[in-house]
Design a protein around this ligand. Structure first.
Ligand SMILES: *Cc1c(COP(=O)(O)O)cnc(C)c1O
Length: 425
């Protein structure tokens, strides 16, 4: 038995499923997960001494690759001064200035400790500011493990939501309406029926927690129009896309301006940070100025803020987005070429440094199409790639990430391995 297996057996005795976040358990691809000893640049080193080219990048945060020297130094510098003060600290002001400057729609921002906290607080704020109860979300979009957002479509638009998780009272799920992404007719129908009770829409502007789906026919513009028409709050959940698809996220790329934005992942430079922000008048509804309560013992933690500042400054200085886009396109083109040669039905949606695999004949534009794509084939791709040293996300419903630490040689090597893996399906 290798070291990872032995650790996983011990972990499984003590931690449910052996993991502190479910998808790490490899249940949807089979086998036991490897344990990581250390990570540097584009590579993970497992406790068994294997080196893997990493396209998970700690599920998004590591846009600069693992343990970049500048973030390492920033954390070490902050550590010398103490780990937590429970008072305001200067790093909070500096990162707030950076984030407000980078993200087009932000006038004010509040920091918290995870993406889940950010979306949870954003929907509370939308409800508090409008005095309305309902939140609209889209099937397949993940907004963290917030009770009323852990709801996907049952049989589709205009039905009451069904909880995806046990432990969520129907009364909570009833406050959520689930629509299909890229379906403007369903959206307008729902607002015509219940618009005066809808506090807001929360959306992953590029849904990336069910593979990767991109908007069609100006769907984001339609969301903006409908929210403005009905006085509902448009919330972009840019926990994954923020600072990733452009310095200012999807809102910069698309030119569509949300009222509130939830952020996480990259913003913490690898430490636990979330944030939400938006228009001043909305943000002024938060305690201590307004009536909507939100708080956190470790919010604005100096180590986390220092790491985030370093990560964001590096993005500004390097402006890596064109290079990341080129690497993403190169991977996409090569995978599609291999699939064509082999006659394999494959879609590789890609935007910037994000890409995903769908084993489907047609482009995948909504959640039912995601569910109809060939998850079994992804398992084979995952295992063959891992055997040869490429780590893809251990689920057919996740997005792959490229970092600035991936060199051209990493991409070429990955293309070789992934192509061979696709041919073996
Ligand atoms: C990861 C993610 C979250 C949850 O963030 P956590 O830090 O895991 O709580 C929320 N929304 C989106 C779009 C995400 O990708």
């Amino acid at each position: 038995m290798d070291v990872s297996q032995a650790l996983f057996e011990r972990a499984s005795q003590l931690i449910p499923g052996g993991v502190n976040s479910p998808v790490r358990a490899f249940r949807s691809v089979g086998g036991t997960p490897f344990f990581t000893q250390s990570a540097k640049g584009s590579r993970l080193t497992t406790v068994d001494g294997r080196e893997l080219i990493d396209f998970v990048c700690t599920w998004g945060p590591a846009i600069h690759g693992h343990n970049p020297p500048r973030i390492h130094e920033a954390i070490a510098g902050a550590l010398d001064k103490g780990t937590s003060f429970g008072t305001p600290n200067p790093y909070e002001v500096e990162i707030a200035e950076l984030v407000v400057d980078m993200v087009p729609s932000l006038e004010q921002v509040r920091f918290c400790n995870s993406g889940t906290e950010a979306t949870m607080s954003a929907i509370r704020l939308a409800r508090g500011a409008t005095g309305r109860p309902l939140i609209v979300k889209f099937a397949g979009c993940y907004h963290g493990h917030v009770d009323s957002l852990l709801v996907k479509a049952g049989s589709g638009a205009l039905t009451h939501g069904h909880p995806d998780s046990a432990g969520i009272p129907a009364a909570f799920a009833d406050q959520t309406r689930v629509l299909e992404y890229n379906d403007p007719a369903g959206l307008r129908e729902l607002f015509a029926a219940e618009g005066d009770r809808i506090a807001g829409i929360i959306v992953e502007p590029y849904p990336a927690n069910c593979g990767l789906i991109l908007p069609e026919n100006n769907f984001l513009e339609t969301l903006r129009e409908v929210c403005t028409e009905y006085g509902a709050v448009l919330i972009f959940d840019e926990v994954m896309t923020g600072f990733r698809v452009a310095a200012g996220g999807v809102q910069e790329r698309s030119g569509v301006t949300p009222d509130l934005t939830a952020m996480g992942k990259i913003i913490g430079g690898g430490l636990p940070v979330g944030a939400f922000g938006g228009k001043r008048e909305l943000m002024q509804q938060l305690a201590p100025v307004g009536p909507v309560y939100q708080a956190g013992t470790l919010s604005g933690n100096p180590l986390a803020m220092a790491a985030g500042i370093a990560a964001l400054k590096m993005l500004r200085e390097l402006n890596p987005y064109e290079r990341l886009e080129a690497m993403g396109q190169k991977l996409q083109t090569a995978m599609l070429e291999t699939a064509r040669e082999k006659g394999l039905p494959l879609q590789v949606p890609q935007v910037g440094s994000m890409f995903a695999f769908f084993f489907a004949e047609e482009p995948v534009t909504n959640f039912p199409a995601v569910m109809a794509s060939g998850a079994e084939k992804f398992k084979v791709l995952f295992r063959k790639a891992l055997d040869q040293g490429v780590y893809l996300p251990p689920s057919p419903y996740e997005t792959c990430f490229i970092s600035t630490a991936h060199e051209d040689g990493d991409i070429d090597k990955a293309i070789e391995i992934l192509s061979a893996s696709l041919k073996a399906i």
